[in-house]
Design a protein around this ligand. Sequence first.
Ligand code: ADP
Ligand code: MG
Length: 241
Amino acid sequence: MSELLRVEGLSKRFGGVTANEDISFDVRKGEILGVIGPNGAGKSTLFDLITGFQQADSGTVILDGRDITGLRPDRIARMGVGRTFQKLKPFPDLTLLENVMVGALSRTANMHEARDLALEAISFVDLLDKRYAFARELSTGQRKRLEMARAVASGPRLLLMDEVTGGVDQKTIPGLIDLVFALRESGITVLTIEHNMQVMMQVSDRILALQSGKRIAFAKPDEVRKDPLVVDAYLGTVDAA
Ligand code: ADP
Ligand code: MG
C-alpha cells in the first residue's frame, strides 16, 4: 500500500505543556489507523496540527507527497482532508440537511449541487428520515452521524475522526463502527481517535499510541496491546472494556 500521509517530528507546546513532542508516523492509502492514549496525551492536538487548526512549533506534514505544514484549515480541507470534532458543534437551529450542506459547500459553490452531495452523505450515514430535523433535536449518536456526514460531504480522501464513539451509549457503538468500515469501503483512508480500547482493536489496521505528548508505540493492534509501555500508560489507567 502506498503512503497517503507522512508526519515527521511534529511538536507543539502550549505554555508549559508539551502537547506533542517529536511525533512521526505514516498513514497508508486505504488503511484505518487508530490513535490511542489517555486523556491529555495529545491526540486532539495532533489532529489540530495535521488539519491546520493549530500551527506546529516544528515538524512537517506531507499529504500525498505535498508539504501541507502550516496551511490554513480551509486549504487543507480542499486538498481532501476531512475532520470530525470531539466536541460536536453543529448549528443547533439549522436542519441536519443544512448542517451537512455546510460541508458540501467547501467543495462546490452551487447550492443545488451542495444539496445533492449533502443528501448523498446523509444517506450514507443512514439518517435520511431525519434530514429536516433541527440539529438540536438529534440524539448524541445521531449528531455523531451528522458530523460524519458533514465531513463525507466535503469529499475527503483522508478523514480524521476524533472520538466518534465517545459519549454515546453502548448500543449505538456497533452502528458507528460499521460506518467507519463503510467509509473505508468507499475509498476513504481513516485516521481515528478512540477512547474505547476494544473498539480500537477491532477497527484499526495499525495503532499509534501516545502518552504525555510522546509516541510510545506504533504497530499492529496485537503488538500494541502487548507493549509494556502501552499497558503501563494506558490499559492500566482506564477501563479497557
Ligand atoms: P487528548 O486529545 O489526547 O485528550 P489534547 O491534545 O486535547 O489531548 O491535549 C494535550 C495537552 O495539551 C493537554 O494538557 C491540554 O490541556 C493541552 N492543550 C490542548 N489544547 C490546548 C490549547 N488550545 N491551549 C492550551 N493547552 C492546550
Ligand atoms: Mg482529545
